[in-house]
Design a binder for this molecule. Structure first.
Ligand code: UDP
Length: 367
């Protein structure tokens, strides 16, 4: 443990970390750092390092905790054993249970829990590194993680502490100021200025509290701007759809493909697209070559067709000849028949009768 410094505020009015009385520590925020959480936030505030994961609304377990009219909000503040100078005892403590309770209550007025009956909204806070003001930092981070999870809220919750150090009211106490100062007063408020958390450790006069509130309002306003900036940055940035790009390029016309250079990130897909386009071009080019090459073949075909026509003409002639031949044969056959008939008639004493009815009964001939 470090010994108490002689002065926490120097003669020129600066604090040991160089801040003025009304200044907050530098804040750094990242959203969506946990892939399995519905919403998450990593926040650094001075030397504080905090991770928050939000889960839900999801079915509340055990069921006896379910509320028929609203979602149950659960807030768990946990300090990692390595987060402080002296190892913190793992597991819940009186302090962590108290911080979890007051922090949950800080969110209850803004979370629209009535929209999700029988469900639970879980906020898990892990303090990775502590340097005083962890509950306020955790509330700021939780607010962003809840927004990241898409939990309907009436507004963001912002939190900051003021305190008394060397007899002066200062904003956002660090570890030394918290340890050796006279008072610590954490506050949380909605963006409309409604107070949702208020605690006091130490002794303050009403005037000091009034002055402290002026500082806290200013601090919370600055924090709200940071929160809104990071949330806007995340949700206003158009979502990139890398999968859609190669497909779009395949469909793209040649001119469009020429206009837009493929990004390095998708170079393999772009190469594949180029190959496809080249192949398509080759395929388009091939049939025209074939046409020019097959011109002689076409001529040959024409000749074959002409010959076939000639053959068809010959075929007609043959048909005519066959017809003529058959006619001749028929005439010959008729003359032959007549000759035979004449011969038969001349051969015997009987008369050749074709139809017995024509010339009486056979008996006549037999006679
Ligand atoms: N602290 C610690 N060990 C503990 C609890 C707290 O070293 O078991 C330190 C830690 O740095 C914490 C600071 O004391 O940030 C102030 O703790 P406090 O209970 O006032 O809560 P906080 O200001 O962090 O919300």
């Amino acid at each position: 443990m470090n010994d108490k410094p002689n002065k926490l505020i120097t003669d020129d009015g600066l604090r040991l970390d160089g801040r003025r009385a009304d200044e907050i520590r530098p804040m750094k925020i990242e959203i969506g750092v946990l892939s399995r959480a519905d919403g998450s936030c990593y926040l650094e505030w001075g030397r504080n390092k905090i991770l928050v994961g939000v889960f839900g609304p999801r079915e509340a377990h055990p069921r006896r905790l379910q509320r028929a009219d609203a979602a149950v909000i659960r807030y768990r503040y946990n300090m990692a054993s390595f987060s402080v100078e002296d190892r913190a005892r793992p597991g819940p403590s009186r302090r962590s249970i108290e911080i979890s309770k007051v922090s949950r209550e800080a969110f209850e007025p803004v979370i629209m829990a009535e929209l999700y009956p029988k469900t639970a909204i879980d906020i898990f806070v892990e303090i990775l590194q502590a340097d005083a003001g962890t509950r306020t930092a955790a509330i700021n981070a939780s607010s962003i993680a809840l927004a990241d999870a898409g939990i309907p809220m009436k507004g963001l919750v912002t939190s900051c502490a003021f305190g008394k150090v060397d007899g002066q009211i200062v904003l956002d106490l660090n570890k030394e100021e918290d340890n050796y100062g006279e008072a610590d007063f954490p506050v949380a408020m909605t963006q409309d200025g409604e107070i949702t958390l208020l605690q006091m450790d130490g002794h303050l006069t009403p005037e000091e509290i009034k002055k402290g509130f002026e500082l806290v309002k200013k601090g919370c306003k600055e924090i709200l701007e940071i929160q809104q900036t990071v949330l806007r940055k995340k949700f206003e940035t158009p979502v990139e759809e890398p999968e859609a790009e190669p497909e779009a390029k395949i469909v793209d016309t040649e001119s469009e493909a020429a206009e837009t250079e493929p990004s390095l990130e998708y170079a393999p897909e772009a190469a594949a697209v180029e190959e496809t386009i080249e192949e398509a071009e080759e395929l388009e080019a091939e049939p025209s070559e074939e046409v020019t090459e097959t011109v002689p073949e076409a001529e040959e075909l024409e000749e074959i067709v002409k010959e076939a026509e000639v053959e068809v003409v010959d075929g007609e002639a043959i048909e005519e000849a066959i017809e003529a031949e058959t006619e001749e044969e028929a005439i010959e056959a008729e003359t032959e028949e007549e000759a035979i008939e004449a011969e038969d008639e001349s051969k015997g004493p009987w008369k050749v009768v074709k139809d017995p009815s024509e010339s009486g009964s056979r008996g006549e001939n037999d006679e």
